[in-house]
Design a protein around this ligand. Structure first.
Ligand code: SF4
Length: 278
């Protein structure tokens, strides 16, 4: 099993967070307000699928479950890319078992444009890094991605989809993705829990779901927090969580192999202080 976009972003915020996701997920406490925000984002994302008119959605579930079948989704996506389908939603890609599903791919004369949908009014640094991970995986899968957009939630509810072009920033981050993705792959398979002192990474850019675990909360308090989170968890969010953390692709150490990236860092790549390498 490789890592997903969400894994990568969590691992870059704190490596221990990613390790806990795999080895001690029972200590994860997702605040109700975070669940509500993610649910609202899912609804907005579903609406955005039709922003260019008719589309083909690539989601395929494992039999009898609501867990997306990543391999089948990637195969279906490859077929639609061959067919030249004009608009592909939840387009899935696997590169050495590292996985991403792009919200929207729109065909152009130069290849495909990538649209990442965010239910918010401004572009944030982590959105660009998020899109950069997708670009990296798709580029390595030899898909020609031309422009990259973040679709923001604008003020006009009749037409709320506002694309912001982030192509240059996102493409410039591909070497940064390459520099870290293989280490994260190795790290989260190790048996020992990584040592990491709590610090600014516990709340920046997102509050960590293991805050109580790492800040020495009493076991009974952690349990109460977990129960509180479980009772407010919606079906929809549970599906989304399974999508990101499902384990259906077997481990294969041979699959983890760092490769040199062709490009070099570009001077002036925007760096948010929250994302300093740790
Ligand atoms: S609480 Fe802080 S140290 Fe612990 S996993 Fe989360 S970010 Fe890392």
């Amino acid at each position: 099993m490789g890592i997903t976009k969400t894994d990568f972003m969590r691992g870059m915020q704190c490596r221990k967070m990613l390790w806990l996701d795999r080895h001690k997920p029972q200590y994860r406490v997702i605040p109700p307000e975070t669940r509500a925000r993610l649910d609202a984002g899912n609804v907005f994302g579903d609406r955005a699928m039709s922003m260019f008119g008719p589309y083909e959605e690539m989601t395929v579930y494992l039999p009898g479950t609501r867990i997306p079948d990543k391999k089948k989704m990637a195969e279906k996506t490859a077929l639609h890319l061959q067919l030249g389908t004009p608009v592909i939603c939840e387009a899935a890609f696997l590169y050495y078992n590292n996985y991403c599903a792009a919200d929207i791919l729109k065909k152009t004369d130069a290849g495909y444009d990538l649209y990442e949908v965010k239910n918010t009014g401004t572009v944030k640094d982590q959105f660009i890094r998020d899109a950069a991970f997708q670009y990296y995986i798709m580029d390595r899968c030899k898909v020609r991605i031309h422009r990259i957009y973040i679709v923001l939630h604008g003020p006009d509810e009749n037409n709320p989809f506002v694309p912001e072009d982030i192509t240059e920033q996102a493409k410039a981050l591909a070497p940064w993705i390459n520099d870290h993705i293989w280490d994260l792959n190795r790290m989260w398979k190790q048996q020992e829990e990584p040592e990491q002192e709590p610090g600014e990474q516990c709340t920046c850019p997102y509050e960590c779901w293991y805050y109580a675990y790492c800040h020495n909360a009493r076991p009974e308090q952690i349990r109460m927090d977990i129960l509180k989170g479980e009772t407010t968890m919606s079906e929809r969010k549970a599906d989304k969580a399974e999508k990101e953390w499902s384990d259906e692709i077997p481990d294969d150490e041979e699959e983890i192999r760092p490769e040199p990236y062709e490009e070099t860092y570009q001077d002036g790549t925007p760096k948010n202080e929250c994302w300093k390498d740790r």
